[in-house]
Every structure is written in structure tokens, then in C-alpha cells.
Design a protein around this ligand. Structure first.
Ligand code: NDP
Ligand code: 2IT
Length: 450
């Protein structure tokens, strides 16, 4: 028995039977169900209405062929996904991941997490996720364009500004969103806010690019302030990854007084004891689409080490994993704890293994889970949707101040929910419970068809 509660064990057993071998999806479901043990005891109405049995099953899953022609005239075939997980509180909303590791399990774990994350933002967005096993790395702009056009030719039948609004994720940035948006507009002959993360000249929101990384730091700052009466000031920070989330987390952590000494990519990590020079990182990653290793050729005193996991052996006060799922395991958690880490907050989705989370919590390390800490990206996407609906654009300051308030509220709502359900200080349980209750309530009101 994995669960104390027999009903939750039954739900989990059925999810395991129905989704064999989908280890990331099962990992995400298990964590949420564990947090719901006290809810199930207090709320028999939720159990009777089968809300939990329903929430673990996606409303709709679309898997499709994505054929395209490479620069040598050869036909390539990728697999496309869109999982529309839950629309109880708003249109499906969530990113598109383009990475060779994309499969049903990965998209379903991301879509499932997105339900609760989106609920925590307080904005009217349901949960969904999509993507493809296409690898944009090493492809020409023309190849990426042809892939994106083929991908959208099928996806456009299933999405819409009031139905399902995709956005970026790993491998999907401004370039890919632009190509996809152009194709959607051409096929549907409509100019609507069907994607977020758009360029500023055609409906994008100021501060969306920065939002996930900034939001992560706003959440972390609030967690440090309320739980340890502390701040980023004077702290050594290690951030994994060097993509969209990592870059803007580095910028905000530095602005708030921290010193970011390490970044990584899937090949290895750089260590710069003087604090990373973000202009150099942005040039390498955003302009040249190069590797993080290159940083050491441009900045004196920095070193590069092969293998991304080693980044967690660097001594730091604050660790922000911002690369990918399960990148920080129990062994790395032990080293971070031994080195005196005081706070860990997740910029990536599910970057810490269950073992690592348990260790941080047992050691009294402040731990901010992904669905709360990285919700600033999707929250700002929802603000982009609002601006598109009213056909207006807000200033950077206006969007940024809304984002900050949202992140502060997410921290407090999670903290309060954990306390109410007898787990004060457990922000994992708090985020899961607070996110779940709003969706559950909407599902109760809307009857069994949802
Ligand atoms: P990017 O594609 O911009 O960057 C991804 C970064 O993570 C790269 O440095 C990449 O290195 C590294 N990475 C990817 N896969 C692996 C892997 N298997 N092992 C080690 N490193 C890896 O993506 P984002 O910054 O947008 O996304 C990062 C994380 O944040 C993801 O978990 C995503 O789901 C999450 N997230 C993103 C949001 C957004 O708004 N963009 C919002 C909320 C969460 P390499 O170049 O070598 O592949
Ligand atoms: O994981 C995420 O929340 C994202 N990739 C952002 C989704 C969005 O719709 O902006």
C-alpha cells in the first residue's frame, strides 16, 4: 500500500493500470494524490462525485503525424501531441515542448501539473500541454519553419482563443511561436490570441519573456521573507539550465541582491565565482543559439565541467533548478543539504525527484514546488490573453506588478492551505490542495459531464 487512504489507493491503482510504463505521469499523479489524503477525509462530497477519479483522466488526447521535408529534400516524420486535460475553470492552457524525449508520459505529466498550477494563478485557465519529439537543435530556420507549419496544420483543428491556447516550453520560443501563429492565421483566416508568447509586434505581452524567471524569484523572495525573515541579499545562487527560465531567473536574482555563480545545459555546467555575466550568456544562448561551454572562452575566471548533474555539488544558499524533470535526485539533494542550502525553488517542471523533495523537507530546507514557483509564466500568458481580448497592450510595469502580486498570492494561498489541512510549512501539499480545491469546486458545480 502506497497510500493510507484506501480510496486514493484505488484511484492510483487504476491510473497505473490504464497508463502502464508512463513513469513521469505516474510520479506527478502520485505526488498530488498523496497531498489529497487530508482533503478526502474532510470532503466526502468530493469523493462521492468522483472528482478525483475524473481529474486523473484527460478530457481529450490528440496524437498526430507531423511530416515535413528537411533541407536535403528528405521526408521526416515526427509525432505531435496535445493533451487537453481539464477545462473546468477555463480554456485549456499550457505550453508546447519540442524535445526528442517528448512522449505521452511526459506530455501527460506536464498537462496534469498544469491543471493545478493554472488554478493557483487565480486566473480563468484550464490545463493542457502539447509538443513533439522534434529536436530544433541543429536545424536550420527553414527546417524549423516547415516543421512548425506542418505541426500547426493539424493542431489548428483542435485549438482556439476560447478553446485551447498553447504557448512555449522547452525548445519552443519566440521563433517557433511566430511560425506557428503565422500558419494558424493563414489556415483559419482569423487574428486572435490563440497562442501566447507572441512577438510584441503581433499581440505579444511585455514581460512574458521574463515572466517565469522573474516570477520564480518573486515567489522565492516571499518564501524567504515569510518563513525565514530573509532575502536574496548577499546569497550565493545556483541555477541549472540556461534557457528562457534560467536566464530571467538569473537576471532577477541578481537584481534582488543574489550572486548567481553557475548555469548549465544538457552537456555540462559553468562556474563563475564572480557572478555570471548575463549579457554574455544572452549573446551565446539567445542570439547565437550556442552551448554554455562557450562562456568560459569569453569570461576570465570561469570554468566548465562536463555533465550537468555536477552543478549541484557547488556550494550555495539558494538552488533554482530550471532545466528539466528529475534533474535533481536524492544524491544531489544530500550534497546541497550538506553544503548548507537554505532554499530550493523549482523553475522547471518537476525537476526534483520524490526522494530529493523528501530530503529537503526532512532537513528543514525551504522548498517551493514547480506548480507554485514557476506559475508566473502561464499567469502572464493569461494576462496576454486578456490584452488580446480587449485589443490593448499594457506597459511592462503594469504586467510586472500584476505578476508580482500573483506570485505573492500563490505563496500565501499555498501556505494557508497547508496550515488549514494540518501540514504547516509543507508548500508541496499546500500548492496541491489549494490548486485542486478550486478545480474540484468548479467540477462539482458543473455536474458529472465535466
Ligand atoms: P528552454 O528550451 O529555453 O531551455 C531549456 C534549458 O534546459 C536548456 O538550457 C537545456 O539545455 C536544458 N535542458 C533541457 N532538457 C534537458 C535535459 N534533458 N537535461 C539537462 N538539461 C536540459 O526551455 P525553458 O527555459 O522554457 O524551460 C525550462 C524548464 O522550465 C522546463 O521544465 C519547462 O517546462 C519549465 N517551464 C517553462 C516555462 C516557460 O514559460 N518557458 C514556464 C514554466 C515552466 P540544452 O540546450 O542542452 O537542451
Ligand atoms: O509549464 C508552463 O507553465 C509553461 N510552459 C508556460 C505555459 C503557458 O501557457 O504560458
Amino acid at each position: 500500500m502506497e497510500f493510507k487512504n484506501e480510496y486514493l489507493q484505488g484511484v492510483y491503482d487504476k491510473v497505473c493500470q490504464r497508463n502502464p510504463g508512463e513513469k513521469e505521469f505516474l510520479q506527478a499523479v502520485k505526488e498530488v494524490l498523496e497531498s489529497l489524503e487530508p482533503v478526502v477525509e474532510k470532503r466526502p462530497d468530493i469523493v462521492e462525485a468522483g472528482v478525483i477519479d475524473r481529474i486523473v483522466e484527460p478530457e481529450r488526447q490528440i496524437i498526430f503525424r507531423v511530416p515535413w521535408v528537411d533541407d536535403n529534400g528528405k521526408v521526416q516524420v515526427n509525432r505531435g501531441f496535445r493533451v487537453q486535460f481539464n477545462s473546468a475553470i477555463g480554456p485549456y492552457k499550457g505550453g508546447l515542448r519540442l524535445h526528442p524525449s517528448v512522449c505521452a508520459s511526459v506530455i501527460k505529466f506536464l498537462g496534469f501539473e498544469q491543471i493545478f498550477k493554472n488554478s493557483l494563478t487565480g486566473l480563468p485557465i484550464g490545463g493542457g500541454k502539447g509538443g513533439s519529439d522534434f529536436d530544433p537543435k541543429g536545424k536550420s530556420d527553414a527546417e524549423v519553419m516547415r516543421f512548425c507549419q506542418s505541426f500547426m496544420t493539424e493542431l489548428c483543428k483542435h485549438i482556439g482563443a476560447d478553446t485551447d491556447v498553447p504557448a512555449g516550453d522547452i525548445g519552443t520560443g519566440a521563433r517557433e511561436i511566430g511560425f506557428m501563429y503565422g500558419q494558424y492565421k493563414r489556415l483559419r483566416n482569423e487574428f486572435t490570441g490563440v497562442l501566447t508568447g507572441k512577438g510584441l509586434s503581433y499581440g505579444g505581452s511585455l514581460a512574458r519573456t521574463e515572466a517565469t524567471g522573474y516570477g520564480l524569484c518573486y515567489y522565492t523572495a516571499e518564501m524567504l521573507k515569510c518563513m525565514k525573515n530573509d532575502s536574496f541579499q548577499g546569497k550565493t545562487v545556483v541555477i541549472s539550465g540556461s534557457g528562457n527560465v534560467a536566464i530571467y531567473a538569473t537576471q532577477k536574482a541578481t537584481e534582488l541582491g543574489g550572486k548567481v555563480v553557475a548555469l548549465s545545459d544538457s552537456n555540462g555546467y559553468i562556474y563563475d565565482p564572480n557572478g555570471v555575466d548575463l549579457a554574455v550568456v544572452k549573446q551565446i544562448k539567445e542570439v547565437e543559439r550556442g552551448r554554455i561551454k562557450e562562456y568560459c572562452n569569453r569570461v576570465q575566471g570561469a570554468t566548465y565541467t562536463e555533465g550537468c548533474k555536477g552543478i549541484w555539488t557547488i556550494k550555495c544558499d539558494i538552488a533554482l533548478p530550471c532545466a528539466t524533470q528529475n534533474e535533481l535526485d536524492g544524491e544531489s539533494a544530500d550534497i546541497l543539504i550538506k553544503n548548507g542550502v537554505m532554499a530550493v525553488a523549482e523553475g522547471a517542471n518537476m525537476p526534483s525527484t520524490p526522494d530529493a523533495v523528501e530530503k529537503f523537507q526532512a532537513a528543514g530546507v525551504l522548498f517551493g514546488p514547480a506548480k507554485a514557483a514557476n506559475a508566473g509564466g502561464v499567469a502572464t500568458s493569461a494576462l496576454e490573453m486578456s490584452q488580446n481580448s480587449e485589443r490593448l497592450s499594457w506597459t511592462f510595469e503594469e504586467v510586472d506588478s500584476k505578476l508580482k502580486n500573483i506570485m505573492i498570492n500563490i505563496f500565501h494561498n499555498s501556505y494557508d492551505a497547508a496550515k488549514e489541512y494540518g501540514m504547516e510549512g509543507n508548500l508541496v501539499a499546500g500548492a496541491n490542495i489549494a490548486g485542486f480545491l478550486k478545480v474540484a469546486d468548479a467540477m462539482l458545480w458543473q455536474g458529472i459531464s465535466y
